[in-house]
Design a protein around this ligand. Sequence first.
Ligand SMILES: *Cc1c(COP(=O)(O)O)cnc(C)c1O
Length: 347
Amino acid sequence: MTKLVDFRSDTVTKPTAEMRKAMAEAEVGDDVYGEDPTINRLEELAAEKVGKEAALFVPSGTMGNQIAALTHTTPGQEVITDPRMHIFMYEVGGLAKLGGVQTRTIETADGCYTPDQVRSAIRGENIHFPETGLVCLENTLNRAGGVVIAPERMNAVADVAHEFGIPVHLDGARLFNAAVALGVEAKVICEKMDSVQFCLSKGLAAPVGSILAGSSEFVKRARKMRKVLGGGMRQAGILGAAGIIALTQMVDRLLEDHQRAERLAVGLAEIAGVSVDLEKVQSNIVVADCGGWGKDVDSLIEILAKRGLMVTPFGPQHLRMVLHKDLDDADVEEALRIMSEVSRELI
Ligand SMILES: *Cc1c(COP(=O)(O)O)cnc(C)c1O
């Protein structure tokens, strides 16, 4: 059988041996009663990392974002997003379905609204208008190819929102990729965010879970919202133990993924029929435009999978490739070899 090299997502990472050991040995209790010491330790550590008063362990990033929206808004309000954001595009319409809110999408050039864009999207006093209830940001922005947003730009957006008393939520599924790419601590990125969600289960390699952090008052209400969604878990410390290792040991190595993404991107750009916007390769994600091969993306996925290269469709002729802990230099070279071979065949 051909060996598979799996570039589909950083969600495919398996827990480390150390995580499995910590999980097996975790001290646990009933977390709905607040009695799981491992979860309490994880939540404290996570809050500290993002510079917030409190944090909540949730089963997934999607639930973390949805809880944030539900906690910040009331039905009938409007939520500002970029149409490429996960909370708008990939959460099954949860904002409308669960929160009863509508979205106001603002197209941005490079993943972050300008302060003026936000100012003009915030609704005024007119009796006909919905109220603006929340502004969303995403860093790194997956659909833009994992681009990193500078904290100064996020702060400028938050300043405008706060002027109108509107909270700002950061979908930081890959917050630590952003932090490593910028060379700053995660809490610098989150400074003016009223809430932040980040994934333990992506590049940080934990098997399950995300964190939602904010003020103590916000997290208290979010905890109740998690319960109504069925996300209150009992001896969750078994999962939380892996989360603690994710946060304490798996952050610095993300830089390796970024370096490999760079190598992959440069290699792909040299292949006939493939183009890559190298300026947008800023973290662990590479988007390859295979327009020169004259095939639709679904056929491409199939052709590549047959040769052992697994990637994600990302547009009519675009492939997304994500670097992560379970891919090494040899896997990058193997991916480039397969892509070159397919290029020779198709052109
Ligand atoms: C993966 C992801 C999420 C959701 O995380 P799940 O754990 O898969 O629900 C949210 N936002 C972004 C940007 C993501 O990449």
